[in-house]
Design a protein around this ligand. Structure first.
Ligand code: BTN
Length: 288
């Protein structure tokens, strides 16, 4: 039998609780999906700020109703993927660009400085919710983000909400990252993994990512996506590439706006793509 994974639960809690009173960390050996579980709890009226980590998901979910397949555990006991969801009440003025903001936070926590082209793989962001690794060998999907929200009923504060303020919702930010190399079988995009960047394991990666993510979500609630636009642009893997939208149109990706909408120059002119129903894929590798 393999040794149990050592999670830094206390260090995670200590790093986050000053920003998020009532915060708890839960590590489960197995669950259907960390997002599903926090959404279930929210629907049952449980809105505690929670970091829920699963060593294995049996029904992981991706965007647009897709399945998120974690890699199968290897012999050595190291976790092949990091899968977690962070749930907390949030009341941003504008929710647009949230998955992009989360991508910026996770990418920067794992790779604070973008390496020069042609050296280590860069962590890039593919609108709206993918983390990619890119280098001369091409693009690989490192991970993905799934954000869901549930309505929030705070009986204590119901009367203090000022007119015009956005309603608080319970937001569940789910993140799945490949840690170890995995087979590309059944995946639409070739997979990359954290170990291409160095000897990172799932617990260490989680400790790097969690507290900055909470801080960024709180900053996002106050200021929205606009202050993060340039940081997204620095890692935008679609910019300058021809993309195909799931509605059949194609065009040249020209970055994201201050609201997080993808700007695509199509035959119909410049379009701002915001729909969560639209998926985008690049047609070819970017120019060298
Ligand atoms: C995507 O690539 O479409 C998003 C994938 C998100 C996967 C993570 S793993 C933790 C959390 N629980 C889930 O069921 N999904 C997210």
């Amino acid at each position: 039998m393999s040794a149990p994974v050592r999670w830094p639960a206390e260090a995670l809690w200590e790093a986050v609780v000053p920003r998020l009173p009532g915060f708890t960390v839960e590590i489960l050996p197995e669950i259907d999906s960390t997002n599903t579980e926090l959404m279930r709890r929210a629907r049952a009226g449980r809105y505690e700020p929670t970091l829920l980590v699963a060593e294995r998901q049996t029904a992981g979910r991706g965007r647009l109703g897709r399945t998120w397949h974690s890699a199968e555990a290897g012999e050595a006991g190291a976790l092949p993927s990091l899968t977690f969801s962070l749930g907390l009440p949030l009341a941003p003025r504008d929710w647009s660009g949230l998955s992009l903001a989360v991508g910026v936070s996770v990418a920067e926590s794992l790779q604070p400085v973008l390496p020069a082209p042609g050296t280590t793989p860069r962590i890039g962001l593919k609108w709206p919710n993918d983390l990619w690794l890119s280098d001369a060998a091409g693009d690989r999907k490192l991970g993905g983000i799934l954000i869901e929200t549930a309505s929030f009923h705070d009986l204590h504060n119901a009367s203090t909400t000022s007119p015009g303020a956005q309603a608080t919702r319970y937001v569940v930010v789910g993140v799945g990252l490949n840690v170890l190399p995995r087979s590309p079988e059944g995946l639409s995009t070739r997979p990359g993994c954290l170990q291409e960047l160095g000897p990172l394991d799932a617990p260490t990666a989680l400790l790097q990512v969690a507290a900055p993510l909470v801080a960024l979500l709180q900053g996002f609630a106050a200021q929205g996506f606009a202050p993060l636009q340039d940081r997204f642009a620095a890692r935008d893997v679609l910019r300058g590439r021809t993309v195909v939208l799931s509605d059949g149109q194609s065009g040249l990706a020209q970055g994201v706006g201050a609201d997080g909408a993808l700007q695509v120059h199509t035959a119909q002119g410049l379009q701002a793509i915001t729909s969560s129903e639209v998926s985008v894929r690049p047609t070819a590798a970017p120019p060298a």
